[in-house]
Design a protein around this ligand. Sequence first.
Ligand code: HEM
Length: 335
Amino acid sequence: MSGKNWDRVPIDAQSIDAPLSQAAIFLVVTVASEPAALAKVSSVLGELDDLVKTVGFRDLGGHLSCIAGIGRDLWDRLHLNSRPRELKPFAPIKGPVHTAPATPGDLLFHIRSERPDMCFELERILLGSLGTSVTVIDEVSGFRYFDARDLLGFVDGTANPTGLDLPDSALVGDEDAGFAGGSYVVVQKYLHDLNAWARTPAHLQEEIIGRTKIDNIEIDDDNAPRKSHKSLATIVDADGNEYDILRDNMPFGRAGRQEFGTYFIGYSRYLWVIEKMLQRMYIGDPPGAYDRLLDFSTPHTGTTFFAPTRTTLQNLVQTAQEQRPAAGPVNSPAD
Ligand code: HEM
């Protein structure tokens, strides 16, 4: 936790290193085209920190946190003078068998807490404030499943960077000084075919993931005919440097509708690293030898955002507000 005492004060908005939680809400919205909608969104983003305090202070042990990510189109519509170097819309990927679609999204809110009710309350007040200036594109409530397992039954998140490796992997550095401390965020909502997975023998499931199922031990598959998910998602450059990302995937589902999913969320210092992971998963390495996890997991969304630091977000909001001519009101549902 980088020496922060989050038991005494609410967690600052935009804390990418906030603790992994028992519950999360992933909310993706688009912003209406009128100038008044942009003005509304800017002012709500400017007050996000206060909102996290308003809800978070009611139970500090709930460790409520919220990260807002801004998509490339909205970034341009805000008429800001500069943009994170790599920020661009999610590029769909067409592999030999599986395709990763790109879906709309101007803003992402990644809300985390130990308590689902705190996530819900923050989302409720947030959407009340945004009113008709936004349209909800996707809303997923995730839950921690036993010892951080996905619904495929594997422990998910083990190889995440820790300690000093975390900012090194997840946060932009001096290479883009104006946006240092921020992070590129990619989300994808996957639905699993659990019946087909259940018919797959455990040893084959383990080969596909690259870890043992019960005790989560990494499997060395350097000489295997087909690379595992873990190996395809490992990015190493020509000099042997490995590039990690910070993941906070969450299971979600509705058993009554046979809906079983994993919400993938990855934070990265460099967008190209996540893109490379996706290329290797969908196209395969060597090409054709794609990630067999995809035979059981179908992506239904795919969107890229940039989550600036709290200070950068507030500066951006101020710049956007100064640059925009006075706008008329946008209705809230309560109006
Ligand atoms: C259905 C969706 C997904 C599921 C269920 C899933 C599950 C897992 C599991 C169980 C592991 C092994 C344990 C761990 O280190 O966390 C893992 C590793 C990993 N996954 Fe995924 N994953 C999914 C999608 C993705 C996507 C889309 C990416 C990247 C774009 C990704 C990147 C990684 C990385 C970087 C690792 C660690 C590799 C290493 O050992 O260094 N995953 N995933």
